[in-house]
Design a binder for this molecule. Structure first.
Ligand SMILES: *Cc1c(COP(=O)(O)O)cnc(C)c1O
Length: 403
């Protein structure tokens, strides 16, 4: 039986057209894009074509796109690159507690080096309050980094409003747009950002390639050192097959955006409505409206997300849970906790992220099997509904026992 893949925010399958575009660059067109002979020049030409395709997708100029090894490196380049260039002028960075670890962990590193970082909490729907950002700004704030769309709950942040504030105060503004690009219209001019991270494998391109948009005249230095590639901003021989695949994926994302948005929103809403109406003690996490088309994140009380994942896997459904039970320690999603969702509810979370290949039959199948799985797990659970209704059989510390 085929896998019903509902984890497109983790990664997406590279489209056949993307793979086809890449193959020649792994074979006969292997030239180094910095070489002077014909196959080198051809690689260069294709890299520059891809740069235009990626720039077009976000309303940027090609010269403002710098290829990296992915979203993680783009995020690190934004943070450490700005620190390298402006760290003398300021000590304070503003970000949020719901960022991807590719932002949170660099910020933690900087704290160890003596920088101050303000981590803002979103509201219970996963949305940031623009007021909080205004209040957090200090005289020595030199960087604001706030994700466009959250990878777990799919909320769309008010980037445009934050961009205006950052500009007014002369603070460099970065956004991690890995989860918004290709899913909703994204325009760097409209959003008013100076830096934006992108990743190809989240938009049906290959893994291991991404980009940082750097608005012209933004103060940023390299954070790794080597050759002069990417106009001396990001050294290393260009990943030509990856770049070419990224370009193709960007072109297709732009072409398909309106139709995909409409179709995937319809399927997503069917999934949300179906689950909320058929499974009691269930909540949708994240804002219902300010949400990307493909995300549906739920908390099912009295079950563990991890157990749900395993049972769904047995039914060939691939989804994701924010919580990770590793080596005996249990961590619910940092995003859900930042939203103020209680521990025991965050534990029962499950994320479905839809994509191009999903059909209405896929959704119908999930709606058929999930209620039965939840029911079965609840019947076995030590944290039962009876416990909730007054009994005293809620046992803490047993939430990860199924592994
Ligand atoms: C996936 C993801 C990243 C990391 O991108 P990679 O290309 O996998 O390194 C960064 N930020 C967000 C929001 C993501 O979803």
């Amino acid at each position: 039986m085929k896998t019903i893949y509902l984890d497109h925010s983790a990664t997406t399958p590279a489209l056949p057209e993307v793979v086809q575009t890449m193959i020649p660059y792994l074979r006969e067109q292997y030239g180094n894009a910095s070489s002077i002979y014909r196959i080198g020049r051809e690689s260069r030409k294709s890299v520059e074509e891809a740069r235009r395709q990626v720039a077009n997708l976000i309303g940027a100029e090609p010269e403002e796109i710098f290829f990296t090894s992915g979203g993680t490196e783009a995020d690190n380049m934004a943070i450490f690159g700005v620190v390298a260039a402006c760290g003398e002028k300021g000590k304070h960075i503003i970000t949020t507690r719901m960022e991807h670890h590719a932002i949170l962990h660099p910020c933690e590193q900087l704290e160890k080096r003596g920088y101050d970082v303000t981590y803002l909490n979103p509201d219970p729907k996963g949305l940031l309050r623009v007021e909080d950002i205004k209040k957090a700004i200090r005289a020595d704030t030199f960087l604001i980094s706030i994700m466009h769309v959250n990878n777990e709950v799919g909320t769309i942040q008010p980037i445009e409003e934050i961009g205006l504030i950052a500009r007014e105060k002369g603070i460099i503004f970065h956004t991690d747009a890995v989860q918004s690009v290709g899913k909703i219209p994204v325009d760097v001019k409209k959003l008013g950002v100076d830096l934006m991270s992108l990743s190809a494998h989240k938009i049906y391109g290959p893994k291991g390639i991404g980009a940082l948009f750097i608005r012209r005249n933004t103060t940023i230095d390299p954070f790794i050192f080597g050759g002069g590639q990417e106009r001396k901003r990001r050294p290393g021989t260009e990943n030509v097959p990856g770049i070419v695949g990224f370009g193709k994926a960007a072109e297709i994302a732009q072409r398909d955006l309106p139709a995909d948005m409409e179709r995937i929103t319809y399927l997503r809403d069917k999934l949300i409505d179906g689950i909320l109406s058929s499974i009691p003690y269930t909540q949708l996490n994240g804002d219902r409206q300010k949400r990307i088309p493909n995300n549906a994140n739920f908390s099912f009380r009295f079950v563990e997300g991890e157990s749900l994942l395993l049972m769904l896997d047995m039914k060939n459904i691939a989804a994701s849970s924010g919580s990770a039970c590793t080596s005996g320690s249990t961590d619910p999603s940092h995003v859900l906790l930042a939203m103020g969702i209680p521990f025991e509810i965050a534990f029962g979370s499950l994320r479905f992220t839809l994509g191009k290949e999903n059909t209405e039959e896929d959704i119908d199948y999930v709606l058929k099997v999930l209620p039965l799985i939840v029911e079965r797990l609840r019947a076995m659970s030590p944290t039962t509904i009876q416990g909730q209704n007054g009994g005293d059989n809620k046992k803490e510390g047993t939430l990860c026992t199924t592994r």
